[in-house]
Design a protein around this ligand. Sequence first.
Ligand SMILES: C[S@@+](CC[C@H](N)C(=O)[O-])C[C@H]1O[C@@H](n2cnc3c(N)ncnc32)[C@H](O)[C@@H]1O
Length: 278
Amino acid sequence: MNTLKPKPFVKWAGGKRQILDKLKKYVPLEFNTYYEPFVGGGALLFELTPKSAVINDSNQELMNVYKVLLDYEEFAKMCKELNKHERSHSEEYYYKIRDLDRDLKKYQKLANYQKAARTIYLNKACFNGLYRVNSKGLFNVPFNKKNKVSTYDASNLLLVHTYFVNNDIKIMSTDFEKSVENCQENDFVYFDPPYDTLNNSFTSYTEEGFTKKDQERLFKTFKKLDQKGVKVMLSNHNTDFIKELYKDYNFHVITAKRNINSNGNKRGLVEEVIITNY
Ligand SMILES: C[S@@+](CC[C@H](N)C(=O)[O-])C[C@H]1O[C@@H](n2cnc3c(N)ncnc32)[C@H](O)[C@@H]1O
C-alpha cells in the first residue's frame, strides 16, 4: 500500500479512478516522458507519479488550478480563499461565486489563486459535482442544495504540490494535438478523450463538443505518434466507429460502471476499450 501518492482533488466527468487497476495493467513498464493530453482529474497521472510529465487539458480553469499548485505561495493563498468559501457557503453565495464570470472584465482581474479556488469550490458545491459550461463558456451548473461543503483535503493538495515541484512537470492548456508535438521515441502518451457517443449517429456531439471529426483527428495523431516510436494508450467506448478506426491496433475490452445519460441519474455497465500500439 502506498499512502503517499496524491489523488484527484476534483470530481471530473470520465474520471478513471474506478478502472485504474485495469488501466495500470496496460501501462508500459518503461518509458521516458509521460504525456496526458486530456488530463481531467488526473487519476492515472497521480497513480503513476512519473518523474517527467506533460499534462494538458483544453479546460483553462482546470489547468489554472494545477498551475497554482506548482507555487507554494499561490497554493497557500488558494487554500485561504477556499476556507473563506467554506465559511460563507450558502445557496446565495454559491450563485454569487458562480456568476463571477458573467462580467468578463471583472473576472479577468481576479488573481489566479482566486480563480482556482472558485473552480474547486464550484466543483464541490454544484449539482452532481461536475464542471460544465454553456455555449458562451459560462459555468452553468446549479447548486447542490447542501448546507455544508468541504472543498479540499490539505494533506492531499500538499502531496500534489510536492509531487509537482520535485519532478519535471509541464502544464499546458491547449488542444490535444498541439500538446503532443514534442513527443519523442519511447515517451508514453495516454489519451482519455471525451468518449465516442453510444448512439451511433454522425451528427452527435459529446457534451464537450468533441465530434466524430475530432475522434478521427485523434486517430491520426495516435497513428503519427505510433510511427514516431512513441508508446500510445487510448480509452474510449467500444463502438463500431472506434473499432473500425483503430482496427490495426491492440484492443482490450473492459466493462465499467458509467453514467449512461447526460443528466447522470441513470447508471449502467458499459463496454469500454483500452487500445494500445504495443
Ligand atoms: C474524459 S475527460 C478526461 C478524464 C480524466 N482522464 C480523469 O481521470 O479525470 C476528457 C477531458 O478532455 C478535455 N478536452 C475536450 N476537448 C479537448 C481537446 N480538443 N483538447 C484537449 N482536451 C480536451 C475536457 O476538458 C475533459 O477534461
